[in-house]
Design a protein around this ligand. Sequence first.
Ligand code: DC
Length: 229
Amino acid sequence: MSANKKIVVTIDGPAGAGKSSVAKLLARRLDYRLLDTGAIYRSVALTAQRRGVAWSDPAATAQIARELDIQFHFVGERNHVSLGGDDVTDAIRAPDISQGASQVSAHPEVRAALLDLQRRLAAGGGVVVEGRDTGTIVFPAAEAKFFLTASVEERARRRVAELTAAGRPVDAEVTLREIRERDERDASRDVAPMVPAADAVLIDSSTQTLEQVVDSLAATVLARSVERI
Ligand code: DC
């Protein structure tokens, strides 16, 4: 006999590769929870900004990370983020918070504090975790790991379209430059550089539709969830 067990699925990759859309659709398809780890780093950056704490200050931003009271909950199709009961879903998507999140995420003290938090939030399995180091550092024993990428131009084009649709039009060239800068900083940092786990399935989303990507991930997850009982 066999049954489906609820596993931990990680989806890593650079900004704009389609992680958020893929992770959300996959979570819905599998009836799994969705843990958006980028939103956690963004929440640390937002809290620092609101308290007048510099993003370059490792000790003060790590203290914010340790005390972060964060909650995720779906409202319709949207994964909402609350900090101490305050809905920050839109506020954490502002372009300056993207830069702040990248800066605070380079502090080892902040990453250490958030490691515990992420593991607590994913306890019990049945969760899709979306991030940049979730398959390598945060959940090295995850049963299904994916590394999703796309060309830098395609990723910039998607980010411009996403922000424009959200009523925040941005300059295409500035966005391309910012994504290149963030890639460089995220890939070259000493702590948890953005690299695929050795056992991750690599997916290039520039050449596939969203549906095709989700279909292929769901098939892999289901194959790995089968448990002999
Ligand atoms: O995926 P995102 O754009 O929401 O991530 C915001 C920033 O947070 C990004 O610049 C890098 C950082 N981050 C990280 O270092 N590790 C993660 N697991 C998720 C995000």
